[in-house]
Structures are given as C-alpha cells and as structure tokens.
Write a protein that binds this ligand. Structure first.
Ligand code: AMP
Ligand code: MG
Length: 396
C-alpha cells in the first residue's frame, strides 16, 4: 500500500471533522474556551466622565484665581452639587466628574490652605478626564467569534458586564493504550515491563488543548481484552488508541475495531516518525490509531489530532504555529517521507533564530521529545541542507 502524503491526510481529517455544538457558560468558567459568536458589551465604559487623577475639579477659565473648595467627589460617591465661578471640588481617580467643572488639576500642582487652593500649573482645558465611553460603548463588539478566551479577554468581558457567553463545547476524547508490556506509573515494574507514558502524554495534550480526556486504561494484546475495552467508547467526539497499529503479530487493534464498526479512511502516511497512523470513522466518532512509540504518537498528535481538536472548537484547524530559522548543521536530503525532527531553537541577541536538530531522532526516545521546543520539518524531497540554511519549524 502506498503511503498517503501528509497534506492529503490532514485534508481528509479536516473534511470529516465538524465544529461541535455550542453551550452557554459563566464568564468565570471561560478560560481557554472559544467564543461561538461575537460578544457585545452590556454597558458603556467608563459609564460616566471620570477623573483620571487625584486632584481638583475646576473651571479652566478660573485657573489663575484662588478657588474655594466646596465639596468632594470620590470613586463610588459623586459630589451632587455644581461648582460656580471661583469654586473647585476635591476629586479622586475614578470619581465622577463634577457638574460645572471642565478640567482636573493634579494635586501636585495645587497649593491648599484650608478650603482655599491656588493652581500653580495646568496645561490645558479638559486635562485628566476620562470621557464616558472612551474605552467602549454599550453594544460594541468586545470579542469576536472564534477567539480563545484568555485572562485579558475575561477582564474586558467583566468590565462590559457580560456574565454569560456562548462557546463551543469541549471535545471529549477517549484514550486507550494497548500492550502487554505496559504498567501504570507508580507500579512495581517487574521484568519485561515498561511504564505507560503515552496515556499521560495524551491526557495532558487533550487537556492542554481544551478537550476533556477520558482514560480507558490499557488493553492486553488479546482480542478479548481489546473488545472489552472498545465497548467503553461511547459519548465521545474522538477516540484515540495507542499502539498496535503496525504490522506485528500483536498489532490487532485495527481488525478488532473494524469488526465493531470502524471505517478506515487511511492507514500509513508518508511521514517519519508516525508512519503507521490509522484514521477513520468509528460509529460517528473520529478515530485516531496512534503508533506506540511516544515521539511517533506525539508527531501524529501535532500534525493531525490537534488540528481536528481545534476545528471542533471553532478554531482555524492548523495546529501549532510554524516559523523559520537557520539550521546550525548540515542535514541530509529528504527521504521520501515528511520528516519531523525534534529540535531546539533559540532567539539570538541579534534577532536571528537558529535551530539545532543534531540529536538522536529515535522515535522511542522521550528525553529528546521533552527537551525539544520545536520540530524541524524536512519536506519529502527536500535537497540536502547546509549549516546556515533557512528551514521550517513547528513551535510546539
Ligand atoms: P506498538 O505500536 O504497539 O508496536 O508499540 C511500539 C513501541 O511503543 C513499543 O516499544 C511499545 O512498548 C511502545 N509503547 C506502546 N504503547 C506505549 C505506551 N502507552 N507508553 C509507552 N510506550 C508504549
Ligand atoms: Mg504494542
């Protein structure tokens, strides 16, 4: 079977993945969620003209005369009188402007004696006043559809008195690992066994990217155990299995799933690592069959599953951002498969970016996966690269 090119595999995935439905949530729960429509303000901010400084509210035409202080406007408690010629009012930052006044003089520029003040300096009429609606107005769009809500958006929406927002539902992702050799972290690790690291990897990746992970545990490499475990795959948007998708005698997951309703869209992609990935429809659930080697499954996540999760949440479906950097060393020509090399990139003091992928790329290695801060992408038929050449990287 010929290998499917990476762009075609991604297109197949995105074409078969839809935005999830939406739900209304409280702003306090909105961090990391994606807005399902434009969100408009419920009030004007500031709601009233307010002082931007601590000082005195005055008439600008009066600033050369001694003035009598007749009242005080405090944040939360306005002065309910009006100043006339020859009068001023004490005012503090955030306090409503005083009727009759058109300017605030900062207190550092005023000499006070009892209820009398003398203004030593005032640059211009209208100084130190925040206009009503200067930030935004009632009905203005504060956050557009398809925005991932962060701390700054939460602050803005709170200021606009928006307590509830409509967001896309979080994808629910069932995660199943397979393999007789796997034990959970913290177990007594006997001979022939290793610690399951892919389930913790995928639980964290799903959560980190706005999904809800569901751990289905580990199936032994037997028909019966795999059948029992896949019967648990219900009410989710994505099902990921890890391991058992290659061509070994114990790689049985694909066959068992087919009996239970899996329709395979593709198996094996022209990429390294990650070649044996399976993708399809498992009873209307998006199915990703990831290879067991941690770096392979991670690269498959970055290329394929993350864009699908993004699309489900109303984001653009392109996955991690890419950039360019100059490579520190020579790299041999492309191998006929897209190659994703774990690499470290640096931003140099002169503003240039460089990248180093000169470490062992064995796909079973976890340390290099953890140390890397990018993947260096080598195209299928890239010519040999020389040290100093610009190359494409994915910022992971
Ligand atoms: P497989 O894809 O099942 O042939 O597994 C390929 C390699 O990945 C083998 O060395 C497995 O032991 C290892 N492997 C499979 N699943 C996991 C997992 N959940 N955690 C860590 N290593 C795994
Ligand atoms: Mg296995």
């Amino acid at each position: 079977m010929s290998l499917l090119p990476v762009p075609e595999a991604l297109e197949t995935i995105l074409n078969s993945t839809n935005e999830l439905d939406t739900e209304t949530i409280h702003l306090n729960d909105a961090l990391g969620r994606v807005t399902a429509n434009d969100i408009t303000s419920n009030l004007t901010q500031p709601p009233f003209a307010a002082s931007a400084m601590d000082g005195y509210a005055v008439k600008y035409d009066d600033i050369d005369k001694p003035l009598t202080v007749i009242g005080e406007s405090q944040a939360g408690n306005s002065f309910d009188g009006t100043i006339e010629n020859g009068e001023a009012a004490r005012i503090f930052t955030g306090a409503p402007m005083v009727d009759g006044a058109d300017t605030v003089v900062i207190q550092e520029n005023v000499t006070r004696n009892g209820d009398q003040i003398i203004i030593n300096d005032c640059k211009a009429k209208g100084s130190n006043i925040r206009a009503a609606g200067g930030d935004f107005k009632n009905g203005d769009v504060l956050v557009t559809k398809g925005t991932k809500i962060g701390a700054r958006q939460i602050a803005l929406l709170a200021a606009g008195n928006v307590a509830e927002i409509s967001v896309y539902r979080q994808p629910k992702v069932a995660i199943l690992s397979t393999g007789d050799e796997l034990l959970e972290v913290g177990s007594e690790i006997g001979p022939d066994k290793i610690v399951n690291s892919n389930v913790p990897l995928f639980m964290a990746l799903v959560e980190e990217n706005g999904g809800i992970p569901i751990n289905l545990g580990t199936a032994k490499d037997t028909l019966k155990d795999v059948q029992t475990k896949i019967a648990l795959v219900k009410d989710v948007d994505i099902f990921v299995s890890i391991g058992g998708v290659s061509v070994g005698d114990y790689d049985i997951i694909q066959d068992v799933l087919k009996e239970a309703g899996l329709k395979v869209d593709f198996w094996k992609v022209a990429m390294q690592p990650g070649k044996p990935i399976v993708y399809g429809d498992f009873n209307s659930i998006r199915y990703f069959g990831m290879p067991g080697n941690p770096s392979s499954s991670y690269v498959c996540f970055a290329n394929f599953m993350l864009p699908a999760m993004n699309k489900m949440q109303g984001l653009d479906g392109v996955g991690y951002p890419t950039s360019m950097a100059t490579v520190d060393h020579d790299i041999r020509a492309g191998s006929g498969r897209m190659n994703y090399m774990r690499a470290i990139y640096r931003e140099n003091e002169d503003g240039t970016k460089s990248v180093d992928a000169s470490f062992n790329q064995g796909s079973a290695r976890l340390k290099t996966m953890s140390d890397a801060n990018c993947l260096l992408i080598r195209d299928v038929s890239a010519p040999e690269a020389k040290a100093g050449d610009l190359v494409k990287i994915v910022l992971i």
